[in-house]
Design a protein around this ligand. Sequence first.
Ligand code: MRU
Length: 371
Amino acid sequence: MGKTILDYETAELLDNVNKIRIIDQTQLPGRIECIELETAKQFWDAIYLLQVRGAPAIGVFAGFAIYLLTKETGLPKEDTRENRAENFAALRDAFEKKKDYLNSSRPTAVNLSWALRRMEKVFLSCGENDRLTMREIVERLHEECVAIRDEDVEVCRRIGENGLALVKPGDGLLTHCNAGQLATIRYGTATAPMYLGHERGYNFHIYCDETRPLLQGGRLTAFELSSAGMDVTLECDNMSASLMKTGKVQAVFVGCDRVASNGDAANKIGTSLLALAAKHYGVPFYVCAPTSTIDMSLQTGDEIPIEQRKPEEVTEMWYAKRMAPEGIKVYNPAFDVTDHTLITGIVTEYGVARAPYTESLREIFAKKDAE
Ligand code: MRU
């Protein structure tokens, strides 16, 4: 059998040639095209242009990127203990500038700053250890970015197990945007229960929101889940309430880009409308969130920065010719915040948090710290 989309790595570190290989997601589903990136500008553009996207995948990609950019800064000729203070100061300067640059590519998904901060922590702690040469520090950064990648696979699998326990064979499951394998390294978050259920013969009926304006549901989720052999039905965003009303949906699973400590969750625009409909029709609404996406420093979702994108995404993209009047004002936020009161549970790798989230999310982090 030929390769399917699931056989490709969302983001792959090519350490021997100092590049990152990604599937260019803007070309899907028409063309599976892998591109190799090596400069800071290419890395920044890949995130901004959504060639690599989805909160966890952005985090993994940023880890690879800051490692390669630090390595590229060049190891000093005299990488000795005598020159160490001077060498480290120069490397730190380069590291911080590149970290800030990468961090400016998209504002909402906290995994970007989370991964960069995690890399920075390793970098600075190595700086305090005066036995390490610059070459060894760069090697520690390599180990850390590979660890972020490997953990992502394990975290998604655990979210899948925890999510699968919430549903039963034959259920209709609805999802929005793409919180799938293409948004992570494997399994996805919202799709992880679907992948695991599929392996175990659950015969789910998956409903997949098209997801205006960038069609991540229609282009990506419908593509990857049907490639995996699942029973997938595509529908426009404004059809979800009708599916719920007619009893076709037993649970909604969505991903998220940032969760505040009170459980408010930012995800792809349209998610909060879905949550409102689910509440009305009594359909459980689950947000799947790796702990790397939970930002305990924020009290509520009002503090989450929301990315605004270009008007052309609404007025022109996907149409043979422009469909809206020239000069019309356009509202195009990439994400919205679902109020915690609409969320039945937040599915993490450490279990399912339920209201009151201020307490249950704290308990999730206590479990994580104890592990
Ligand atoms: O703009 P995108 O395509 O990056 O938005 C992605 C989403 O909203 C996902 O649901 C979210 O990042 C979770 S991915 C596991």
